[in-house]
Design a protein around this ligand. Structure first.
Ligand SMILES: [Fe+2]
Ligand SMILES: [Fe+2]
Length: 364
């Protein structure tokens, strides 16, 4: 390609990036211009930027030869399967933010008395928009956590094999942030802050200096739950754009969980008892946080529903209990595969009522 052609192609790309969204298909009524201009993104609570202090190591590896073929294979796969959030998704899709974008069955109130009493014309559409935003906003913030944690792995991982794969994951996570942010901003027009349970877990993963805590917390736990949640959303979502976004992201997440399992394999064999205990406690505590992050307490207050009644209804909802348990279907087998299903962790999983997944097929 000549320099002139390259410049022309670059100019076209820049025009594409700057171009206004494509018109909606003629079968869907386009909103009036004034409506589009007037509706701007709402933030339930806009958090200020935040800086965490960490003490992670930065490791050089002067030997660039491949020593772990499976990590290089995963790296090659990542390069082959790169997609573009801007061009591979149909952003012209018209989305009604108050429709059932995410299946009602994901709402902790679904099937409860509180749900039955909701006004179908006013309260239900509003609750649907807030619940969609709550779920997707927490996915978005989790993606930022993954972006940051994986960039730390690039710096601290001791081998070139791990650094190169982790760098491919960093780029995956950037596209995930881009896709969820664009969907929330341009379609739902409402963003929630991270749930306190998710934020606490991300803070721990990002500030602990031990490299294996990053993999355990992010690739095995957070991404394990994300894979379970994305799978459920993908199967049940009614809205085609979010279904497609979830599908694209899920393909990447499966590689990320595989990276965690490959990196930690054998690491815990013969580990000193007190060191192992730290990991056991981390797994149990993090699993509790991940289970509780789906309770959606923040939503009830924001939409004006009775807080105590909603919390009680959500805690006892059969659907929610089933949903939370299913989310652990990837985590429990992988923890077992890593040799971490010790008697203490087993008791923790029994208390969480998720031990039944130990015999399920592990990811990766
Ligand atoms: Fe991701
Ligand atoms: Fe990921």
């Amino acid at each position: 390609m000549s320099l002139r052609e390259r410049l022309s192609s670059l100019r076209q790309t820049l025009r594409d990036v700057a171009a206004p969204p494509s018109p909606v298909p003629s079968s869907v009524p386009a909103p009036a211009e004034s409506q589009v201009v007037l509706r701007s993104v709402e933030h339930v609570e806009r958090l200020p930027p935040e800086v965490l202090t960490t003490t992670s190591n930065v490791a050089y590896d002067w030997d660039y030869s491949a020593k772990r073929a499976e990590l290089r294979t995963l790296y090659e796969k990542s390069k082959d399967l790169i997609w573009n959030a801007r061009t591979d998704l149909d952003w012209s899709t018209n989305v009604d933010p108050e429709s059932e974008i995410v299946a009602d069955s994901f709402n902790p109130l679904f099937g409860t008395d509180v749900w039955r009493k909701l006004d179908r014309k006013t309260e239900l559409p509003k609750l649907r928009r807030h619940m969609t935003s709550y779920i997707l906003s927490n996915f978005l913030h989790g993606e930022q956590g993954a972006l940051l944690a994986t960039s730390q792995i690039v710096a601290s991982a001791p081998t070139t094999d791990a650094k190169m794969y982790a760098s491919a994951q960093v780029f995956d996570e950037a596209r995930h942030v881009e896709a969820y942010d664009r969907y929330l901003t341009s379609k739902v027009e409402l963003i929630y802050p991270p749930s306190k349970h998710l934020k606490q877990l991300l803070d721990t993963v990002l500030t602990d200096s031990r490299w294996d805590f990053k993999f355990l917390g992010m690739q095995i736990l957070v991404e394990g739950v994300a894979l379970g949640a994305f799978g459920l959303i993908h199967q049940t979502a009614q809205e085609p754009l979010i279904k497609r976004i979830t599908h694209m992201i899920m393909q990447d997440e499966a590689r990320h969980v595989a990276f965690g399992v490959m990196s930690l394999k054998g690491h815990y064999e013969g580990m000193d008892a007190s060191e192992l205990r730290d990991r056991e406690e981390f797994i149990i505590e993090s699993s509790r946080l991940l289970r509780d992050r789906f309770l959606a307490q923040e939503v009830w207050e924001t939409v004006g529903l009775p807080q105590a009644e909603c919390e009680a209804a959500a805690a006892n909802s059969v659907m929610m209990k089933m949903f939370r348990k299913l989310l652990f279907s990837k985590i429990v087998p992988n923890v077992k595969r890593l040799g971490l299903l010790t008697p203490r962790v087993r008791r923790g999983f029994e208390e969480l009522e998720v031990i039944e997944y130990e015999s399920w097929e592990a990811s990766a």
